[in-house]
Design a protein around this ligand. Structure first.
Ligand code: GLN
Length: 475
């Protein structure tokens, strides 16, 4: 059972060539046969089948099919589905069951999507390799000795391995785009505020966005259109009108398109295959009538420095709620309340999460606030100004998604700073809040996936996906 896109699946469902139940059974069997890849934390065997049967019944009885009728989806395990686990791949939430639905989940269900289960990830979405999961790592679908990227590694691997048609991830500094790049799929991070964060477990609230991992740009645009829009439950969600993405995509033309190429995205240290492939694609676009415009942006390494101050500060505050009293894991061996807090958090959180809580507490502490936190906020503003200026002159900023192809399992686990550099090209869009996407460019000399990264101005998801689709189709 192969589908080239959701449109393909949909036409077969609506013409009754196949049923939702058959599709869901097919996916559930595939998930079972890939169990050893550890891609799903929870599989909704019964829930998904019941849902599929209900959808089949609806169609038989003449009900009108929703926009995502029968779409088999995977959800990252930091997005709430009522009555299901919500582990964030952490021991501290291992036993927790969600008591409500994320707004995105409700909107997808209203349009008749089917959820297959919850996917593996780096603990609390902190990481770039999925190796920080309390439930074990996930191999890259194209080379099992390598990582799938992170933190939405399970969601990316699920789509790339055909264990879901589309998956939700979350992106704080690159967690949808970088794993999409590592797994040869499309990964979209919308404008900050485009999709409600209600029901997404907070890591760094001023950066977090739900994003979409899909096999192609049309599927990503469709799912975005369903989730996008103001939500009364998230004050930071935007009331900017939701565009008609399909028609915006269709009106994109490469002829005359101004593509900003920042030299900062092509440093000396860039992997040669990656730079070769990205440059070849840019040359191809130029030959098709696009104009390549050199743009100057602040050095992305400063984005990484500012990012790790700001997100750890926000994380230290957001994760204070996991104290052994209100949610999840409580240490058994504590004699008094203070010890209960300390022991529950020490035993429940993994190393990277603890490192970030300590770092965040430090940068927010009275004596260091101005030196670190305030300075990082100023850097954030500077990036925002420079990116806005650049995008007044060009339609899109292009570069590689990652400075290197998927790396080996364990290669960077002992060196957090090396790991942080995996996001050097994705973090700036998160700092400024603009939409960005990773689109597959094909495979390097070792047959590893390479992705291209595009950034557009606020709320220009339609144009950006149109450009990305052009690139993807010309593979
Ligand atoms: N890898 C980055 C980090 O560890 C990004 C994570 C994310 O986007 N959730 O913070």
């Amino acid at each position: 059972m192969q589908f080239s896109s959701y449109e393909d699946l949909r036409s077969r469902l609506l013409s009754r060539t196949i049923t939702c139940e058959e599709v869901v059974r097919f996916y559930l069997e595939r998930i079972e046969s890939h169990r050893s890849d550890n891609i799903y934390i929870t599989v909704f065997h019964e829930r998904a089948l019941e849902r599929a049967k209900a959808l089949d019944r609806k169609l038989r009885e003449g009900g009108s099919p929703g926009k995502l009728f029968g779409m088999p989806m995977a959800i990252k395990d930091n997005i709430a589905i009522k009555g299901e686990g919500l582990t964030c791949a952490s021991k501290i939430l291992e036993q927790y069951e969600s008591v409500y639905n994320a707004t995105s989940v409700l909107r997808l269900e209203e349009e008749d999507a089917v959820f297959l289960g919850k996917t593996n990830m780096d603990e609390f979405a902190m990481g770039s390799s999925n190796e920080n999961s309390a439930f074990g790592n996930v191999p890259n679908p194209f080379d099992k000795t390598r990582v799938p990227g992170g933190s939405s590694g399970g969601s990316a691997a699920a789509v790339a391995s055909g264990l879901a048609m589309v998956a939700l991830g979350s992106d704080t500094g690159g967690s949808v785009r970088q794993p999409a790049g590592f797994c040869n799929i499309v990964g979209l991070k919308p404008t900050y505020g485009r999709i409600s964060r209600y029901g997404l477990v907070a890591f760094a609230s001023s950066f977090d966005q739900i994003g979409v991992l899909a096999g192609n740009c049309d599927d990503a645009a469709l799912v975005l259109s369903v989730m996008a829009g103001k939500d009364g439950r998230d004050a930071t969600s935007s009331s900017h009108a939701v565009a008609d993405y399909a028609s915006e995509m269709a009106s994109v033309s490469v002829e005359g398109l101004k593509i900003g190429v920042p030299k900062e995205y092509f440093p000396e240290s860039l992997n040669r295959d990656v730079s070769g492939m990205v440059n070849a694609k840019l040359a191809e676009l130029r030959d098709q009538g696009a104009e390549l415009v050199p743009v100057t942006l602040p050095d992305s390494e400063y984005a990484i420095a500012a990012y790790y101050i700001l997100v750890t500060a926000e994380a230290s505050s957001n994760l204070a709620r996991f104290d052994g009293a209100r949610y999840g894991y409580r240490s058994e061996k504590s004699e008094d309340l203070a010890a209960m807090y300390v022991n529950s958090r020490s035993e429940g959180f993994g190393r990277e999460v603890k490192r970030r809580i300590m770092l965040g507490t430090y940068v927010l502490s009275a004596g260091y606030y101005d030196t670190y936190y305030k300075k990082a906020q100023q850097v954030r503003r500077l990036f925002q100004d420079r990116y806005r200026e650049a995008l007044e002159k060009v339609d899109v900023i292009a570069g590689p998604t990652s400075p290197f192809p998927p790396f080996g399992l364990g290669d960077k686990t002992d060196d957090p700073l090396e790991m942080y550099l995996a996001d050097v090209f994705t973090v700036p869009a998160s700092i400024v809040g603009m939409p960005a996407v990773s689109v597959p460019l094909g495979f390097d000399s070792l047959h590893l996936p390479v992705g291209m990264h595009l950034i557009c101005n606020f709320f220009e998801e339609g144009k950006m996906l149109g450009i990305a689709r052009h690139i993807h189709r010309s593979l």
